[in-house]
Design a protein around this ligand. Structure first.
Ligand code: FPP
Length: 312
């Protein structure tokens, strides 16, 4: 996919193996948007569909590869029956009315979430839209309907347990679950929530482990292409470390700063000594017990301490 972002931006740091970053949106604020205008809540949902259209149109131009929108959560069944019916009907109408436009735009639509509780007419529209847009390669649009992340995780765990026939270690179970959840859309790079609240509401919890979060006060029906661009811009400005350290600090700590030619092969003791020389800072733990260093032992790698002296 052709990226609309400048080269070297944070979009380059997406999880590997996908065409473009995965952006997920919790579309919140429809009810409040309507209430502020003296309108019924469902009028807010209607206005929300127009926002979905705007975002779907702009997403591929920004280089987004996958877009997942939270249209109806499994907890939304608790809403008044009239509102539930209206939202499900709106989703069905969107799928029918936008089907051709999505196909022409190269958008592949997929519904995620449970299918066993959805009305038949919605299931029909989902099947037809998924079939009609199956060849789309510009954007993978995932609409979450009757979706619960805890439920998805539990199902992935059950599948992993079946596949491993009860003999799985935690690592194997995690790998099998990650595979299942990756097949379904993969890690989220940027998660946006509109409407001013700051919570995840059971949305893509596993997949968002390292997602960058952007919360905006804009109510979903007011959300437009410029708001999506602003969120993407903020994302690009963030440094993603996935639990590591910034690249420049990694290089400095590995000895390159002091001109050490053997970057990557320096021992912890050498690094500690050169750091002492350069910064004057003496690590109190090293002072007390020495530098912790991996050593090759009979049964594999072991950790021991090396006294580098000078600091005591
Ligand atoms: C949350 O706002 C929004 C929903 C539960 C429904 C979202 C549905 C749409 C935008 C329309 C259909 C979607 C597609 C993909 C065609 P809220 O009602 O909780 O707002 P509030 O917090 O202001 O009450």
């Amino acid at each position: 996919m052709q990226s609309g972002m400048s080269a070297g931006g944070n979009f380059a740091l997406q999880s590997e193996g996908r065409d473009g970053p995965h952006v997920a949106i919790i579309m919140d604020g429809n009810g409040r948007w309507a209430a502020r205008r003296g309108l019924p809540r469902v009028a807010g949902h209607h206005a929300g569909v127009a926002a979905v259209r705007r975002v779907v149109e702009r997403a591929p131009e920004l280089g987004i590869g996958t877009l997942t929108v939270y249209a109806f959560s499994s907890d939304n069944w608790r809403r008044p029956a009239f509102e539930v019916r209206s939202v499900l009907a709106l989703i069905a109408a969107y799928l029918r009315l936008e089907r051709d436009a999505l196909r022409e735009a190269g958008v592949r639509l997929e519904a995620i979430g449970r299918r066993d509780r959805l009305p038949r007419m919605l299931l029909r529209e989902i099947a037809q839209c998924e079939a009609a847009t199956a060849g789309g390669t510009r954007l993978h649009l995932r609409v979450a309907v009757d979706y619960s992340s805890r439920d998805a995780i539990a199902r992935a765990a059950a599948r992993a347990a079946r596949g491993l026939h009860g003999s799985g270690t935690p690592e194997l179970v995690e790998r099998a679950m990650a595979e299942t959840l990756r097949e379904e859309g993969g890690d989220v790079d940027l998660l946006i929530r509109t409407g001013g609240e700051k919570r995840l509401s059971d949305f893509l919890l596993w997949e968002s482990a390292y997602a960058e979060l952007v919360f905006t006060d804009v109510m979903w029906p007011d959300f437009g292409a410029a708001d999506l661009e602003a969120a993407v811009e903020e994302f690009r400005g963030r440094e993603r470390r996935f639990g590591g350290v910034p690249v420049c600090e990694r290089i400095a700590d590995s000895g390159q700063r002091s001109g050490n030619a053997q970057v990557g092969t320096t021992t912890s003791a050498q690094r500690a000594q050169s750091s002492r020389r350069e910064t004057g800072w003496v690590d109190p733990v090293e002072k007390a017990i020495g530098v912790i260093e991996p050593t090759q032992a009979k049964g594999g790698l072991e950790w021991g301490t090396v006294d580098i002296g000078g600091g005591r």
